[in-house]
Design a protein around this ligand. Structure first.
Ligand code: ADP
Length: 671
C-alpha cells in the first residue's frame, strides 16, 4: 500500500521544527552567556570607577592634612616628598598663592624629566581653570586632562587638581596636585578586577587617553564604558574583556540543551520507526480481516457467536439467509432467540442453561429445529465451541449451523427409491415364483380333483355300508390339499405384502422358517437337497425381518441356480445347498472390553463357482448372466446388510462352488 505523501510532509515539517528549535535554543543560550558576561564586565567597570573616585576623595583628605602638618613653605617640602612617594598617581605637588604664584613645589621621584621638554608654565591655563573652579565651589576641582610630551619622545596624559588651602579661617592660596592618568589606573584600581582585561581612559569618541593594560591577542572583545564624574571634569573609563570562544557548545547550559534536543530527535526517529511497524501491522490486520470477511461470506455454513449471557454478538450472511432475518435484527438479541419455534422454547431454554453451566459440548454437534422468519421450520445440525479470548477466559460460544433440509430431502429420496427398488426386486422374485407356484399348485389341485372324482363315483355307484366313511376320508384329503394350496399362495402373498421397516429382535430359526416354503418349492423343482443348521444357543438378531428374509432367499436362489441339473458336483451325486447360522465373536485383544457379538449366516452351494469377470462385477446393479435375471439381487443384499451394520462377503467353497456370508448384530443381552 502506498503511503499518502502528506505524512512525509508532516514528518519533514516536524524534523525542521525540531532542528529550528535546537538552533534557537543554542543561539539563545550563547546569547544569554554573552549578556551575562557583558553585565559582569559593566559591573566591574562601575566598581573600578568608584574605586578611583574613592581613591581621589581619600587623596583630597590626605592633601588637606599636608597643610596642617606643614604650615610654612620651609617645612612643606619633606611631607610633600613623602606624600608623593606614597601616591605614585601624583606626579607633582605645588603650593600656590591666591594669584597662583608658586610658593613651593615638589616633583615625584618616580617620573624623571617631566618638564624637560616643555616648561611647567605651559600647563598654567589648566591650573588656572581648576583653581578658579575650586575657588568658586570652595572645594577640590579638576581640570580637563591634557597630553604632556616628554623628553624621550613619549608623553603622558595629565590632569590638575586644585584644592583651596584654608588656615584658621583665612584662605592661604591653593594646593595644586598633578595626576598622571596611567597612575590613577595603576594605583587606585583593584588588581584582581583588571587581571586579563584591558583598562583605559578614553575620550567620548573612543580615543585612548591613558592605557593601563590591554587584552592579549586579537580575539574579539566585550567592552564596558562608564563615566568617572569628578568635580570640574568627567573622564570616561573603558574596560575590555575577551569574548568567550563561541564553540558549538560554549557552556553547560547549551550542551544540556543540545543533548536534550538530540535525545528528542532520537525519540522522534524511534517513534517514527514504531509508527511504521504499527502501520505495517495494521495493514496486515486489515488484510487478514478482509480475508476472514470474504471467507465468512462465501461460507454456506451459518456462523453465530453468543456471549455468556446468550446474547448474539455475531452472525454471518449464511446464517441470516438460513433464518431469514437481517444481521441488525439478530445482533444483540437475547433468549429466547428469534429463530426458536415457540413450542420448543422451554426445551431450548433448558439446553441453554445446561450449556452455560459449563457442560462440555459434543464435538459431533447436535440436531435441532429452527424457525425461519416466515414461520417455516427446518432441521439443523449445530456444532458449538467455546470462544476463548487472548487472556484465555471464555467470552461466549461460537456455533456452526448446517441446514439439513436438503440433506434430509436427499435421504428421503434415497430411501424411497431404495424401497421402490426393493419392491421391484420382490416383484421380480414373485414373477419367478409364479411358474413354480403353478407347478406346486398342480399337485394339490390334481389331488383334489381325483378325490372329487372318486367321491362322485362313490355317490353314483350307490350307497355301500362304508360309503359315508370313504366319502369323509376323501373330503378330509380334499380339505388338506386345499389347505396346502392355500399355504403356498399365502407364503407368496405374505412375502410380497410385507413392507414396513422395523428393526426387531428375531430368532434366526424364524427367518429360516419364513423362507423355507419358497426355497423348498424351487429346490424340489431342481431336485436339490437343502440342508439347514442353526448353532445351538444362537442369539437373536436385531433386523428388519422382511429385508433379511429377502437377502436369504436371494442368496439361496442364486446358489440353487448355480447348480443346474445334469451337473452333479458331489461324489454322492446329490446336489446340496446348505444354510448355516452361527454366532461369531470379533477377535479381541487381551484386557480389552468384549466386543459386539455378531451372528453369521452362510449360504453354500457346490455349483460352478465365480469366474474372475463375474467376481469383479458381482455387486454392480443390473449385472446378470441369466436370461431372465435382473442383476439387482446382490447389490440390494449388500445395501440391506450394510444398513444393518453388517458385511456381505463371498469366497470359494470346498470342493467347488461359492459361500456367501453375511453378519447381523446380535442382541447385546444375549450370551
Ligand atoms: P440375478 O440373480 O438377477 O442375476 P444377482 O445380483 O443376484 O442378480 O446376481 C448377479 C450374478 O452373479 C448372477 O447373474 C450370477 O452370474 C452371479 N452369481 C450370483 N450368485 C452366484 C453363485 N452362488 N454362484 C455363481 N454365480 C453367482
Amino acid at each position: 500500500m502506498k503511503r499518502p505523501p502528506r505524512r512525509w510532509l508532516l514528518w519533514g515539517a516536524l524534523l525542521l521544527l525540531v532542528l529550528a528549535l535546537l538552533g534557537v535554543l543554542v543561539f539563545l543560550a550563547a546569547k544569554y552567556e554573552e549578556v551575562r558576561d557583558q553585565e559582569a564586565l559593566e559591573r566591574d567597570a562601575t566598581t573600578l570607577a568608584s574605586d578611583i573616585r574613592g581613591g581621589l576623595v581619600r587623596n583630597v583628605q590626605t592633601l588637606q592634612s599636608l597643610h596642617s602638618v606643614a604650615p610654612t613653605t620651609g617645612s612643606w617640602q619633606d611631607p610633600a616628598a613623602d606624600l608623593l612617594a606614597q601616591h605614585r598617581e601624583l606626579v607633582r605637588l605645588e603650593w600656590r598663592d591666591g594669584t597662583l604664584k608658586t610658593l613651593a613645589a615638589r616633583d615625584s621621584a618616580y617620573v624623571s624629566e617631566l618638564y624637560g621638554q616643555l616648561p611647567r608654565s605651559q600647563a598654567l591655563p589648566d591650573v588656572r581653570q581648576a583653581c578658579e573652579s575650586a575657588h568658586r565651589v570652595s572645594g577640590p576641582s579638576f581640570s580637563p586632562s591634557y597630553f604632556w610630551p616628554m623628553s624621550n619622545g613619549m608623553g603622558m596624559e595629565l590632569m590638575e587638581m586644585c584644592l583651596p588651602v584654608v588656615r584658621t579661617g583665612e584662605p592661604e592660596g591653593f594646593l595644586v596636585a598633578t595626576y598622571a592618568l596611567p597612575g590613577l589606573l595603576a594605583e587606585l584600581t583593584n588588581k584582581d578586577l583588571v587581571r586579563g582585561r584591558g583598562l583605559a581612559f578614553t575620550e567620548v569618541d573612543g580615543t585612548r587617553l591613558a592605557l593601563h593594560s590591554s587584552v592579549a591577542g586579537s580575539r574579539s572583545l566585550q567592552i564596558a564604558t562608564t563615566l568617572l564624574d569628578l568635580p570640574g571634569h568627567t573622564l570616561m573609563l573603558r574596560l575590555e574583556g575577551p569574548r568567550r570562544v563561541a564553540g558549538l557548545f560554549p557552556n553547560v547550559l547549551t550542551a544540556v540543551v543540545g543533548a536534550l534536543s538530540l535525545a528528542l530527535l532520537a525519540v522522534l526517529v524511534l517513534l517514527g520507526r514504531d509508527m511504521r511497524r504499527r502501520q505495517r501491522a495494521e495493514t496486515e490486520v486489515a488484510d487478514a480481516l478482509a480475508f476472514r470477511k470474504a471467507m465468512e461470506n462465501s461460507l454456506v455454513t451459518g456462523l453465530r457467536a453468543r456471549d455468556m449471557q446468550g446474547r448474539v454478538t455475531y452472525v454471518n450472511p449464511a446464517f441470516c439467509q438460513m433464518v431469514g432475518f437481517d444481521a441488525d435484527e439478530l445482533i444483540g438479541t437475547g433468549l429466547p432467540a428469534p429463530w426458536w419455534p415457540p413450542e420448543l422454547v422451554d426445551e431450548y431454554q433448558q439446553r441453554q442453561a445446561v450449556r452455560l453451566a459449563g457442560q462440555i459440548l459434543p464435538r459431533e454437534g447436535y440436531e435441532s429445529v429452527f424457525q425461519r422468519k416466515d414461520g417455516t421450520r427446518f432441521p439443523v445440525l449445530i456444532i458449538e465451541a467455546p470462544l476463548i479470548d487472548a487472556q484465555g477466559t471464555q467470552t461466549g460460544f461460537m456455533s456452526a449451523i448446517i441446514d439439513q433440509s436438503e440433506q434430509r430431502r436427499v435421504e428421503e429420496l434415497n430411501r424411497a427409491s431404495q424401497e421402490r427398488l426393493q419392491a421391484t426386486a420382490r416383484l421380480a422374485t414373485v414373477g419367478e415364483m409364479a411358474s413354480l407356484l403353478s407347478h406346486e399348485l398342480n399337485q394339490p389341485l390334481a389331488a383334489i380333483a381325483s378325490y372329487a372324482t372318486g367321491s362322485l363315483n362313490l355317490l353314483r355307484d350307490g350307497a355301500g355300508l362304508d360309503t359315508p366313511e370313504l366319502l369323509r376320508q376323501a373330503m378330509q384329503r380334499v380339505s388338506e390339499q386345499a389347505d396346502r394350496a392355500g399355504r403356498v399362495i399365502k407364503s407368496v402373498a405374505d412375502f410380497v405384502r410385507r413392507r414396513e421397516q422395523v428393526r426387531e429382535a428375531v430368532a434366526p430359526t424364524r427367518l429360516l422358517d419364513a423362507i423355507m416354503p419358497l426355497v423348498s418349492l424351487q429346490a424340489k423343482k431342481l431336485d436339490i437337497r437343502v440342508q439347514t443348521r442353526v448353532a445351538p444357543g444362537c442369539p437373536d438378531v436385531l433386523c428388519d425381518r422382511t429385508m433379511v428374509e429377502q437377502v436369504l432367499l436371494n442368496l439361496a436362489r442364486n446358489g440353487m441356480q448355480a447348480m443346474p441339473e445334469g451337473d452333479p458336483p458331489l461324489a454322492s451325486g446329490l446336489r446340496v445347498l446348505s444354510l448355516v447360522i452361527a454366532p461369531r465373536r470379533a477377535p479381541q485383544d487381551e484386557g480389552e472390553a468384549p466386543r459386539k457379538t455378531w451372528v453369521e449366516f452362510a449360504v453354500t452351494d457346490h455349483g460352478r463357482g465365480l469366474s474372475d469377470e463375474v467376481r469383479e462385477k458381482l455387486f454392480t446393479p443390473f449385472f446378470t448372466t441369466k436370461a431372465e435375471g435382473m442383476g439387482l439381487g446382490l447389490s440390494l443384499c449388500r445395501t440391506v446388510i450394510e444398513q444393518h451394520g453388517g458385511a456381505l462377503t463371498f469366497e470359494p467353497a470346498q470342493p467347488r462352488g461359492t459361500v456367501f456370508r453375511f453378519t447381523l448384530p446380535a442382541i447385546s443381552s444375549a450370551p
